[in-house]
Design a protein around this ligand. Structure first.
Ligand SMILES: [Zn+2]
Length: 271
């Protein structure tokens, strides 16, 4: 487990450099490359693979159920570009029992998610990658990944093979908070289908956002543990935590860049 005690905040634009592998990786989406291209990238020194656990779950009346997985694609791609890695096909479902009262939600048991992550990493090592960096874009996966880190490392690590799990939810939320504060919007202690997530989907899939249906949900404080144990329906009738109004694609890009900064800081702390 890697923790960054205090995130230093968004980085100046000039420092948000894209580090490409030798030979210049333009496309980091591994599933769009041929096996020959993947082998060439690895041979050129692109030996880190990024694995992101998303989720398919309710995101209020205005966002698609694939919201967290679209974020997995968007953040995973930007992060892989930033660190000079390749992105494995993001895991499209996660641990979302606390959303099951809302239709469209699909949830995995915790051991199944960890098994999937282990299978991903084992496959990637066999293919020649030497480091696998794992993170999540869905709050409900952070606990399972944190609890599963020791097992993943014990089973997968050997000289020349490293697994790094970045599971600090606070640093992640700080990236959203910084972007909303900069835009003068209210923040949510635990963002879900609020302005940050709505802004991100406006940035990456605007055709899937129904802003006319965007309404505030529960805007008070609630501990993550309570949400996970009681379910969101007990707290917020429309499934939203926070307020989605005021979301824009520009704020979404800022959120994405901030989260990539936070992930890069976490990775540096782990090196
Ligand atoms: Zn979400």
């Amino acid at each position: 487990m890697v923790r960054v005690p205090a995130w230093s905040g968004p980085r100046p634009r000039a420092e948000r450099q894209v580090r490409v592998c030798e030979g210049g990786v333009v496309n980091v989406r591994m599933w769009e490359l041929s096996t020959v291209e993947v082998a060439e990238r690895i041979a050129a020194g692109c030996t880190t693979a990024v694995v992101v656990a998303g989720s398919t779950e309710q995101h209020g009346p205005h966002l698609p159920t694939f919201t967290d997985s679209y974020q997995a694609h968007a953040i995973g791609e930007r992060f892989a570009e930033r660190i000079g890695a390749l992105l494995a096909a993001p895991i499209p479902v996660g641990c979302a029992d606390h959303h099951l009262a809302f239709p469209g939600t699909i949830s995995l048991p915790e051991p199944v998610l960890i098994d999937i992550v282990e299978a991903y990493a084992a496959s990637l090592f066999l293919g020649g990658f030497t480091r696998v960096v794992v993170f999540s874009t869905h709050g409900g996966n952070f606990g399972p990944l944190e609890r599963g880190t020791d097992r993943l490392r014990e089973r997968l690590e050997s000289p020349g093979r490293r697994v790094v799990v970045l599971s600090d939810l606070n640093a992640y939320v700080a990236g959203y908070t910084a972007a909303l504060t900069q835009a003068g919007l209210p923040i949510s202690a635990l963002p879900h289908a609020e302005a940050a997530e709505t802004s991100i989907i406006l940035a990456v899939h605007p055709e899937l956002v129904k802003m006319e249906l965007a309404e505030p949900g529960f805007t008070g404080e609630v501990p993550l543990e309570k949400l996970v144990s009681d379910g969101l329906a007990a707290v917020t009738p429309n499934g939203v935590l926070g307020d989605p109004r005021g979301a824009t694609a520009e704020i979404g890009e800022e959120c994405l860049a901030n989260v990539v900064d936070a992930l890069e800081d976490m990775l540096r702390a782990a090196e």
